[in-house]
Design a protein around this ligand. Sequence first.
Ligand code: NAD
Ligand code: ZN
Length: 372
Amino acid sequence: MPSLTTRAAVARTAEDTFHWKTVLLDGPGPGEVLVQLVATGLCHTDLSVLAGRLPTPLPAVLGHEGAGIVQDIGPNVTGLTPGDRVLLTFNSCGHCLKCRTGAPTRCTTYFPRNFGAARPDGTSPIRTPDGARLGGLFFGQSSLAHHAVVSAPSVVRVEVADDDELALLAPIGCGVQTGAGAILNVLKPQPGDTVVVLGAGAVGLSAVMAARLSGARTIIAADIVPERLHTAEDLGATHTVDSRQDDLAQRITDITRHAGPTHIVETTGVPALLELAVSQLGVGGTVAVVGAPAAGSRASFDINSLIDGRTIRGVTEGASVRLTFIPALIDLHRQGRLPFDRFIRFYTPDRLGQAVADARSGHTIKPVIRFD
Ligand code: NAD
Ligand code: ZN
C-alpha cells in the first residue's frame, strides 16, 4: 500500500502534551478513506487518554472531532468521492445487530473500535519514519493530524459553504452531539421539566442549548469556572451554580422546591457529583451519565432511591445516529438555535500546546486546531 508522509500530533505515555511529528500514513485499506484535515476539535477525552486515565494504548495519534476533505477511497467504500467535505465522528462495525437496528453507539465492538487505536486485526495505518508503530484510527480517525486514514462509518458527508464553515462544525463530531444528543435523543425533557447540567464544558453547554430547545422550564447549570457559567446563561440556563461557592445540593433543592429535577446530565466525570445527582433526582427522574472519570472509578448510591423510581442511564455520543443527527445539528446551528460557535476558539497547529493548556485551565471551552 503506498504511504504518505504527513504531520501528526503524537501522544506518548507520561508526557503532558502532544508533539508534532512527521509520520508515515498507509493508503486507505478496505473500508477506509484518506482525509485531509481542515480542522480538529480537542475534547476532554483526548486529554484523559493523554493522561493515561483511559486505557488507549500509547504512543498513538489522538483527535476525534475531525473536519476535512476526502482525498482517496479504499476498497469496499460506497457513497463517498474525493473532494467531499466530511465531518468525522465515532466508529462502529456497521454489521452487528445494534448497528443494523439504528443504534451504532451501542455497537458490540464500540469500545475497541473507538478506544483501541487500531484496526480490528490490531494493525495501525500510522508509523514513525523509522518504522515504529503508532496507534491510529482512534475513534476511527486519529484526526489530530494533517491527514488521516479514517474508518468509513466515522465519515459523514456534509454540504458546507466553505472551509471556514466546515472548521466551525468540527466539534459536532463528539462534544456537541454528545451533549445535545443526551437531551434530544435520550432524556427528551418535556415543557415544564427541570434539567440540571453538571459541568459547563462543551458537552454540558451543548446539553444546555438542547434543553432550551426542548422547552424545559428550568435549566440549572453548575460548574466551578465562573466564565463558563456566564456562557451557560447566554446559551439558555435559567439558573447557574458555582459549586465552589455554593452548596449545590441545597440550591437544587431550593430551585426545584424540593421536587428534584426530572433530568440531570452529568458531564464532570467527578464521582461525587454523580452521587449528588442520584441523591437529588426527583421521583421518576433520570440522570444521564456522560462524563468519563478514570477507568475503574466507582460511585455509590442509595439503592432504595432507585427502587422509588429513578434511573441512571449511561449515554455514549448522545446516542447519535450519525447520518441523520449530525445534519440535523448543522441545520439547528445555521438557524442560530445551537450557537456552539460562541464557545469555540481556533488555534494554529503550532499552538496545540497552548490549546491543551487553555482547555485544562478552563480558559477555552472548545479549542479547535485549524490546519490551513
Ligand atoms: P470539559 O472539561 O470542558 O467539561 C467538564 C466541566 O466540568 C468543566 O467545565 C469543569 O470546570 C467542570 N467541573 C469539573 N469539576 C467540577 C465540579 N466538582 N463541580 C462542577 N463542575 C466541575 O470537558 P468536555 O469536553 O465538555 O467533556 C465532559 C466529559 O464528558 C469528559 O469527562 C469527557 O471525557 C466526557 N465525554 C464523554 C462522551 C460520551 O460519549 N459519553 C463524549 C465526549 C466527552
Ligand atoms: Zn470526545
